[in-house]
Design a protein around this ligand. Structure first.
Ligand SMILES: [Fe+2]
Length: 244
């Protein structure tokens, strides 16, 4: 059993399927489906409009999933025939659309209506303490995070991560739909693609970055910070079942 993201990012996992038998055959992929939002489309207003949320979730995220499933299917079909060149041709699409699915799935669960208890930083005492010891206080962290987000050129994401090995907090920005998949733990993230804010904020990117703090789900952030990395990605589990 090979986890899909392992399969996407780890050439060894893919090539072991190719090298383990004369004519490996690969079973079915479970297609990814759009996860339901844990709140209504208009629940994040006025920080993020219902129109943006509906398009962002129902159209943009769905498109990443549709294209991920197509690319995975083509990739696995090529591998099943021992056709490495056609498999390799799909990897860029898998990485991009797989990253889009991962990033948005984490993003939705990282937000909460401003009126909910989960949107209060008080629900994240251990994370708050770590933020204070790293940046001085929450406002200093927000300022540092905003500076990084606003410095992204083109489309991308900003994440607060728990660094692999050290366990320290760090701010990272990633271009396009690159995802936090190399051992670090994504604690909270902000989508800096124009589709995330333009309909409401137009070119006022700084206002979007300022207002999103009203709807950050600190409870989720705390759980990611103190929990196991596997649990952060648990909702993304799907399988490719090799039958070699
Ligand atoms: Fe997005």
């Amino acid at each position: 059993m090979v986890g899909v993201w392992e399969f996407i990012t780890n050439v060894t996992a893919a090539s072991s399927l190719l090298s383990s038998g004369a004519a490996p055959s690969i079973g079915a992929i479970t297609p990814y489906t759009l996860p339901a939002l844990p709140y209504a489309y208009d629940a994040l207003e006025p920080s993020i409009s219902g129109q943006i949320m509906e398009l962002h979730h129902g159209k943009h995220h769905q498109t990443y999933i549709t294209n991920l499933n197509k690319a995975l299917e083509a990739s696995v079909a090529a591998l099943a025939q021992g056709n490495l060149q056609d498999h390799a041709a799909q990897l860029s699409a898998i990485r991009f659309n797989g990253g889009g699915h991962i990033n948005h799935s984490l993003f939705w669960r990282g937000l909460a209506p401003a009126s909910s208890q989960d949107a209060s930083p008080d629900t994240a005492p251990r994370l708050q303490a770590a933020i204070a010891s790293t940046w001085g206080d929450l406002d200093a962290f927000k300022a540092a995070f905003a500076a990084e987000l606003l410095a992204i050129q083109g489309s991308g994401w900003g994440w607060l991560i728990r660094e692999k090995g050290t366990g320290l907090l760090r701010i990272v920005t990633l271009a396009n739909q690159e995802a936090v998949v190399m051992g670090d733990v994504p604690v909270l993230g902000v989508d800096m693609w124009e589709h995330a804010y333009y309909l409401q904020y137009l070119n006022g990117k700084a206002a979007y970055v300022e207002n999103i703090w009203n709807v950050i789900n600190w409870k989720t952030a705390e759980e990611r910070f103190v929990g196991e990395r596997e649990d952060v990605f648990a909702g993304l589990k799907a399988t490719i079942s090799p039958s070699v």
